[in-house]
Design a protein around this ligand. Structure first.
Ligand SMILES: [Zn+2]
Length: 264
């Protein structure tokens, strides 16, 4: 027992009294509203009464309500828009909002695009393994149709995206799908201004053939419910992508436009 008393004293002197952190009323209101939204009480597109009425029903001041809504909006949990009759329309954010927030965080850390590629490969490997275990007949038909289109139309404008998102859907695991949907577009914001070096690699016919073959093999492994092989093939596919893009991606950072990158 004596040992337990070592270290900090059981009681503090008056000099060590810490202030009590009281939550502001708007924070308490925001916490309550957050719970109601997460419970599904208010859904996407729900229209709430005008602020004056809502505040009255909630038994709080309009000021605290507005502050609370601002906090929730800042957290990316809602988007408040004026409704038709002066009510408040709630829009629950989708994956695009997650992408924007994630891109902002990664940009702040100066994240390299090559690290983004590595992360994508690690996630996708797990995705492929789970898809092989959980894909339904509909998922398999969808994947086959995508690869068939890739084979017939030649190398298109949206390499890999459609196929990989469909594999993620075949996991029937929402958190995993959300992560894939949110991370996939990072870097795609280059749009028309995609760095020329990257674009050239993307359009190489040999790369196209290699990719379609990799997708074909993946569909085969997923159909055979061969999870380890699906993981292995996905790892190889990403390694091949990484090897060809790495020289063009080197030094590029998340969140920087092609124009900025061209000028260093
Ligand atoms: Zn691919």
């Amino acid at each position: 027992m004596a040992q337990l008393r070592e270290g900090r004293p059981m009681t503090s002197g008056p000099d060590e009294i810490q202030p009590i952190a009281l939550q502001r009323p708007s924070q308490l209101v925001a916490a309550e509203l957050r719970q109601r939204i997460l419970r599904g009480e208010w859904r996407d597109g729900a229209t709430l009464p005008p602020a004056s009425v809502l505040a009255q029903r909630l038994g709080i001041s309009q000021h605290h309500l507005r502050e609370a809504l601002r906090l929730l909006e800042h957290d990316g949990l809602i988007r408040v828009e004026p409704g038709r009759n002066g009510g408040i329309s709630l829009a629950i954010p989708d994956e695009e909002a997650v992408t924007r927030i994630l891109e902002g965080i990664l940009a702040r850390y100066g994240t390299l695009m090559t690290d983004m590629s590595v992360a994508r490969g690690v996630i996708d490997e797990a995705v492929a393994g789970l898809a092989a275990e959980r894909a339904t007949a509909d998922d398999l038909a969808m994947l086959e149709a995508i690869v068939e289109r890739e084979q017939t139309r030649g190398w298109g404008q949206t390499p890999c995206t459609e196929f990989h998102l469909s594999v993620a859907r075949a996991t029937h695991n929402q958190p995993l799908l959300t992560v894939v949907q949110a991370t996939w577009p990072i870097g795609a914001g280059w749009g028309e201004k995609i760095p020329a070096k990257l674009d050239a690699i993307r359009r190489e016919p040999s790369r196209g053939r290699e990719t379609v073959q990799a997708h074909l093999d993946l569909v085969e492994a997923i159909t055979a419910r061969d999870s380890p092989r699906a993981r292995d093939l996905m790892r190889q596919h990403h390694a091949a992508i990484f090897a060809s893009y790495e020289p063009a991606l080197r030094g590029l950072r998340v969140g920087r436009s092609a124009g900025e990158m061209a000028s260093g």
